[in-house]
Design a protein around this ligand. Structure first.
Ligand code: GDG
Length: 512
């Protein structure tokens, strides 16, 4: 069966009648900014938010997340609530405003300075500061208060996102045992040896054991998590049934590979609006008839941006035919600039781009067009449609949605995806040119393979990849998660499945 937005809505309507669904994440799907005296609503560059927003649009419910935009307070009510998306209000966003003193320790310190590099096995030495850990605990408590207020002491299905909230599930379960709680961990879970150095590892996994269900992208991440439990806490871990029991509570651990709304994405990508965005890209990068490659990432050391630039440099060195012809557009969305490693990387990427362009630029041509800024999804789709190939060279990535978005944009059936084998997406998209970004020669050869591939081969591969993403779409991700939730023995009683609608509608603010 192919999951669609409608089949997900049917499942929710039939099996979760009136049950409150509360999603929790750090990053909000929409933020409001003041732009020259007017308020604009923007969507952040976040894989988590991109995947969950269509699901919440289909489910309704409440999404609890941080308010970080400078106009977020004035666009929500006294509780931080408003209806989103602005053009088609379908669910409630409840913004949580954190005191500035907590933000640095919670977000830049513990979440992105410790858990992110450890989980990605990024070979960066994490900084373990007790104040950051304290901020992390406090923020988890603040979010617990907001979720419990939204649940109003009643049963609800709470869906927690990511590594920012490992402690939240236990805090919630202790205060409202009728909550059925699931957590999706959007990044990899490393092998237990890596996490042993984390000083608060026991507290971290004990917090997660407050869940009824924990999801990762891949089976290997589930296996790593269960092995971590074996080595950290006293729990009965069943590696075959993929569950752990502790103090009378059972948590199931399952893989749910995340995806995108393939149908909606493809439809928009084929629209005249995106065609005109594509035209604008030609104006930005100038005319030329050589091949065009693209990459789109947050500027993050897990995405392998320097490795990719080195591969382009090496290609120009070894294959003179691409000089004065190949153009490569790199979108680098500024990210986590409070963390020193991210600032250093941004400077290093800019320097590499300048060096490579200095080395090869000739007569008005340069190989790399670097845009260190954020673009709208329409603009990105326009770029997808122009490209001969798209490179995703992550050194380690839970899934990577950019790869799937590129495929969904190619309704013309052409284009080559060059994809790191260390992404979750590589497990599904075997028709991409799969390579090891740590190995310069392999990376260069992967680019060459993409550049010389015949039109029939490109189309054959793209057809298969489109079929895969069409079936393995984000509604399948959400549908599988929800059906697993509903099958949990511990979910049946609290959710009183099939009971009449208990959720009364409340008016909340609406802003454009
Ligand atoms: C984490 C995991 C996992 C990019 N530039 C802009 C923009 N984007 C959008 C892309 C895509 C998303 O951001 C990035 O998603 P990824 O999956 O590639 O990466 P992470 O942000 O690291 O996400 C990852 C994901 O969670 C989901 O579970 O796949 O492994 O690391 O949707 O299109 N969006 C906008 N402007 C940009 O300039 N609006």
């Amino acid at each position: 069966m192919t999951w669609t937005r409608e089949s997900l809505q049917t499942l929710i309507g039939e099996r979760l009648k009136g049950i409150r669904i509360i999603a929790v994440s750090n990053r909000a799907p929409y933020l409001h900014r003041d732009k020259f005296g007017t308020t604009e609503c923007v969507q952040p560059a976040s894989g988590m938010a991109a995947a969950l927003d269509p699901v919440m649009r289909a489910c309704g419910g409440v999404w609890v997340a941080q308010g970080t935009g400078d106009a977020d307070r004035i666009t929500s009510d006294s509780k931080g609530r408003l209806q989103v998306p602005p053009e088609w209000p379908s669910y409630t966003l409840r913004r949580v405003f954190l005191p500035e003193r907590l933000q640095a320790g919670f977000y830049s310190g513990l979440s992105n300075g410790c858990l992110w590099p450890l989980c990605h096995v990024a070979f960066l030495r994490p900084r373990f500061e007790p104040e950051d850990w304290n901020a992390y605990c406090t923020v988890n408590r603040i979010f617990a208060d907001a979720v419990l207020e939204e649940a109003r002491g009643e049963p609800a299905l709470v869906f927690v996102q990511d590594y920012h909230f490992a402690l939240l599930p236990r805090m919630l379960k202790e205060r409202n045992p009728d909550l059925v709680i699931g957590q999706f961990w959007h990044i990899p879970w490393p092998n237990p040896e890596v996490l042993r150095v984390f000083p608060w590892q026991k507290e971290l996994v004990e917090g997660m054991l407050g869940n009824d269900l924990i999801g990762f992208h891949m089976r290997t991440h589930c296996a790593n998590f269960l092995s971590t439990l074996d080595q950290t806490v006293e729990a009965l871990v069943d590696h075959v049934a993929m569950e752990a029991r502790r103090a009378g509570q059972t948590v199931q651990v399952r893989p749910f590979p995340i995806s995108i709304d393939f149908e909606a994405h493809s439809k928009t990508a084929a629209s005249p609006r995106v065609e005109s965005e594509a035209e604008r890209w030609w104006m930005r990068i100038g005319p030329g008839d050589g091949p065009l490659g693209i990459s789109i990432d947050r500027v993050d050391y897990t995405k392998g941006i320097p490795e990719r630039l080195r591969a382009i440099d090496s290609l120009l060195r070894h294959c003179p035919e691409y000089r004065r012809s190949l153009r490569f557009v790199q979108i680098g969305v500024p990210s986590r600039e409070d963390v020193p490693e991210y600032r250093d990387l941004a400077a290093r990427v800019q320097q590499m781009v300048d060096e490579i362009n200095d080395r090869w630029a000739m007569g008005g041509w340069k190989p790399i067009h670097y845009f260190h800024s954020q673009f709208s999804q329409m603009e990105l789709m326009g770029l997808h449609r122009l490209a001969d190939f798209c490179v995703v060279s992550s050194l380690h990535d839970g899934m990577n949605l950019v790869a799937k978005e590129f495929v969904a944009s190619r309704t013309d059936g052409d284009g080559v995806l060059v994809l790191s084998r260390f992404t979750g997406a590589a497990a599904e998209l075997g028709d991409a040119v799969i390579f090891n970004p740590f190995h310069l020669n392999q990376a260069r050869e992967a680019l060459q393979t993409a550049l010389v591939m015949s039109s029939e081969e490109r189309r054959r591969r793209m057809r298969h990849m489109r079929q895969v993403v069409e079936v393995n779409n984000v509604y399948r991700w959400a549908g599988k998660l929800l059906t697993t939730f509903l099958r949990l023995p511990q979910a049946a009683a609290p959710l009183e499945l099939g009971s009449p609608n208990r959720v009364e509608k409340e008016p909340v603010a609406r802003w454009g």
